[in-house]
Design a protein around this ligand. Structure first.
Ligand code: COI
Length: 416
């Protein structure tokens, strides 16, 4: 009895202590960065700077996680009990505790260990998005659309920011040690490509959708050509993974809509991509003739509602087939991120390298139809101050306008 009582006392005390720690971290402001700062800091790397970077990540990530843990704690109880939400809460608590207790990094050998630690966490957190999306879809009837969308935006922006910091530090450390990711010889500092050629990224994504193991031809038999015009030699400093995530999703939607709308036509109208280099930003317009934006029930859908996670604005959010796909994705440890190239590599490995098993549709495997491609693209686009707008000409097609800042001087979104 005495033992039981003391255990209870202990766990209550521990709980209060942990919450006090959470309050302490959540009361600190995130130290937001610009893309330019990430590049400048990483450009002339030395042992001392690398260790400084490690300790910045070590102390910054728990602050950012603490803000989101507080957000989760403020949700109505019914939301926290939904499938998926508790899993995310536990992952974040555990990561918060690990970071909080991580000792300062003082040597390169300690930094190696720290990078392994980050690697493990990045992997463990890969099912966060489908879990969160499942839990919050199920909660949609209990939250106002504004509250739901603001909460999801904070969760996702913050997650992108944490992964950027962790992945950038790992890449800087690997480069410093003379190892590094496959970059096809393109100049880069950490995960930021300093001369990222937009046309090349568009063509890379179009090729994967047309003929790679991700081929759309596997699912629909045909896919439209993608033509690129405008300032086709435009290059700027950006995170390639973010740019290619957005372009891949937008092209996939355009190509899919075009092949559906013109399924009986002899030739498919092309998807036209126009690149424009402005003084402050780069613009990318993707125009298709896929009939305009439609929801799962083939009803025209307002462009402003397509990014919403609420069923009030976007009826398909509570669609059974989507919830089923989310349940599957939330169990897989693959998650839904990584560069398109990395995902293809992973998929090929998992499927015997040749990627020719037609019984599996790779587009669905890698980018399962869980309805987060467009909202995620929107969040990636706006993370460093860009914009993403969709204009639908119902019955004809859709124009998407993506603008990304060219100078890298915008701070990360305030939600980090
Ligand atoms: C996430 O992916 O949600 C993270 O917070 C990753 C970070 C712990 C490295």
């Amino acid at each position: 009895m005495a033992h039981r009582a003391s255990t209870r006392y202990f766990s209550t005390a521990l709980h209060f202590y942990q919450n006090r720690q959470l309050e302490l971290y959540a009361s600190k402001e995130a130290k937001r960065l610009t893309l330019r700062q990430l590049v400048f800091f990483g450009r002339s790397m030395s042992e001392e700077r690398l260790i400084k970077s490690a300790n910045y990540v070590r102390t910054e990530l728990p602050v950012r996680i603490a803000h989101r843990l507080r957000d989760l704690q403020r949700l109505p109880y019914i939301v926290v009990t939904q499938e998926g939400v508790a899993k995310v809460y536990e992952l974040y608590w555990s990561a918060f505790e690990k970071f909080r207790q991580y000792p300062p990094i003082t040597t390169l050998a300690e930094n190696e260990k720290f990078c392994e630690f980050l690697h493990t966490l990045l992997h463990e957190h890969s099912p966060v998005i489908p879990n969160l999306s499942l839990g919050l879809s199920l909660s949609s009837p209990y939250l106002s659309p504004d509250d739901l969308d603001a909460f999801m935006r904070r969760m996702l922006v913050s997650r992108i920011s944490r992964r950027v910091l962790a992945e950038h530090h790992i890449a800087l450390s690997e480069n410093f040690a003379g190892r590094g990711q496959e970059t096809s010889g393109e100049p880069h500092v950490g995960i930021i490509f300093t001369g990222l050629n937009i046309k090349r990224s568009v063509e890379h994504c179009a090729k994967l959708l047309a003929e790679g193991p991700l081929s759309m031809a596997h699912s629909s038999g045909r896919c439209p050509n993608v033509l690129v015009d405008g300032h086709t030699d435009t290059a700027f400093a950006y995170i390639r993974e973010h740019l290619e995530y957005i372009i891949f999703e937008l092209l996939k939607n355009s190509m899919h809509a075009t092949s559906l709308k013109h399924k009986d036509a002899v030739t498919l109208p092309p998807v036209q991509v126009t690149i424009v280099a402005g003084d402050h930003d780069v613009g990318i317009r993707i125009s298709d003739q896929g009939g305009g934006l439609r929801d799962e029930y083939n009803r025209p859908v307002r462009a402003s509602d397509i990014f919403s996670f609420s069923h009030v604005r976007n009826a398909g959010r509570l669609d059974d087939s989507r919830l089923g796909a989310l349940r599957n994705a939330s169990k897989s440890d693959q998650g839904v991120r990584g560069t398109v190239g990395e995902q293809v590599g992973r998929w090929q490995k998992a499927n015997g390298d040749d990627g020719d098993d037609l019984s599996i549709n790779p587009v669905e495997v890698l980018h399962p139809r869980i309805g987060i491609g467009l909202p995620m693209s929107y969040i990636f686009a706006t993370y460093f101050g860009g914009t993403l707008d969709l204009v639908s000409l119902d019955g004809w097609g859709t124009d998407v306008y993506l603008r990304l800042p060219k100078l890298g001087t915008n701070l990360e979104g305030i939600e980090v």
